[in-house]
Design a protein around this ligand. Structure first.
Ligand code: GLY
Length: 395
């Protein structure tokens, strides 16, 4: 459903706030030092998806969904500094993406966009690299194999057509830009059609009337009828997992960049307003939005960075007279100011990430109050967008 846009409960929390250019540039200087340190460690390989005691280990490009974020961080560093070492490092990684998709290594899941948009699509957009373009189109083609016609959605995990895995997840809203892009790159409309259907199915079932979101949603394998919303990484089926809500903020805006859809903009306004209404007073979300001031639960700074990217994209398309325009603008400045301060407070000399206090999957016990490579990525994307509002998207 398209939820109603909740009123902002506490407008003074999002009153005018200036985040200075100096502070943003200073935050990026801190980040470049960490990027250089990690790049010296991993070479053409990758940091693990999450750190242990604030230190990322080095891994190959053979599993998971996180490697594209590291490549994306390097592309931002290249664009922001002009230093060719960042570009050359990503170009040195491209053969590992080609191998991964050609040999189908660790790709039995929906996360092709996270892996290939920020690495290979970006490489093609920025350098015209044809190998990267071919790998990204193969990844888009692979993603189409997970499309379930009965229900019109992309199956998240498990073997395709396994009835027990007949579900979508809200995170996939960030994977479908790869499909929209593949239609533009190849002229074949099928990718775009699947992405748009998946988008509509997802927002149709995952958005609740109060603009909070379900993380995953099951469908009847026989009829394709929606069955029930279930969380995977959140606190409760009926709560709003902070990062899931953030995917439900930025995802519609990414579809909006390809489809110019009013529905996508209205869904964004609703899910973003819910997020802002459920932030604690220091603007740093807990890992599930059911926790608030006074809780001792871990935070998930990554959800804040993702939400900021969504709001920054939305500000490009919103009417300045819309009362939510100033709310979102001030919210971004206040949240990013808080995240910059969180980064500045990190004082472990051995730490090799960028944005501390992220939470990957608390119920599964992984990456809790650690660096997670996606949060590092979205923090840099948000800082880049603050400096250059017309930054051309990799997505
Ligand atoms: N897409 C998986 C996660 O957000 O943890």
């Amino acid at each position: 459903m398209i939820p109603n846009i909740p009123a902002i409960k506490n407008p003074e929390k999002y009153s005018a706030f200036e985040l200075s250019r100096e502070k943003i540039l200073g935050a990026l200087d801190v980040a470049y030092k960490q990027i250089d340190k990690l790049m010296a460690q991993v070479g053409y390989k990758f940091p693990n998806e999450y750190s242990k005691d604030d230190v990322y280990a080095t891994v190959e490009n053979t599993f998971g969904w996180g490697n594209g974020f590291w490549s994306g961080i390097l592309w931002h560093a290249f664009q922001l500094t002009g230093d060719e070492k960042y570009k050359n490092t990503v170009l040195g990684q491209i053969p590992s993406y080609t191998k991964r998709i050609t040999e189908k290594i660790g790709v039995n899941h929906h996360d092709m966009g996270f892996l290939f948009s920020l690495s290979c699509v970006a490489a093609y957009k920025l350098t015209g690299n044809e190998e990267a373009k071919a790998a990204a189109i193969m990844a888009a083609e692979h993603l189409t194999t997970r499309y379930r016609k009965c229900g019109d959605f992309i199956q998240a995990w498990g073997n395709v057509n396994d009835p027990k895995d007949n579900r979508l997840i809200i995170d996939c809203l960030l994977n479908i830009p790869l499909l929209y892009w593949a239609s533009e790159a190849t002229g074949d409309k099928k990718y775009d059609e699947m992405a748009w259907k998946h988008f509509n199915t997802t927002v149709g079932v995952c958005c609740r009337p109060d603009a909070s979101t379900y993380h995953t949603f099951y469908f009847d394998p026989e009829t394709g009828a929606p069955v029930k919303g279930v969380t995977h990484q959140g606190a409760f089926d009926e709560s709003a997992w902070a990062r899931g809500q953030a995917w439900g903020i930025y995802g519609p805006m990414l579809t909006r960049t390809y489809k110019d859809s009013d529905d996508a903009m209205n869904i964004f306004k609703a899910t973003a307003s819910y997020f802002l209404n459920n932030l604690p007073s220091d603007y740093v979300p807990y890992w599930d939005l059911c926790f608030n001031d006074g809780s001792t639960e871990p935070r998930d700074t990554s959800s804040a960075a993702i939400a900021c990217c969504g709001m920054l994209e939305a500000l490009k398309h919103m009417d300045k007279a819309d009362p939510l325009y100033d709310v979102f603008k001030n919210a971004v400045n206040r949240i990013m100011n808080a995240l910059i301060d969180v980064c500045a407070a990190q004082d472990k000399p051995e730490a090799n990430g960028i944005l501390p206090h992220q939470t990957y999957a608390l119920p599964q016990g992984i990456g809790i109050d650690e660096y997670n490579i996606w949060g590092d990525y979205f923090y840099i994307e948000a800082l880049h967008r603050l400096l250059e509002p017309d930054w051309q998207l990799f997505w």
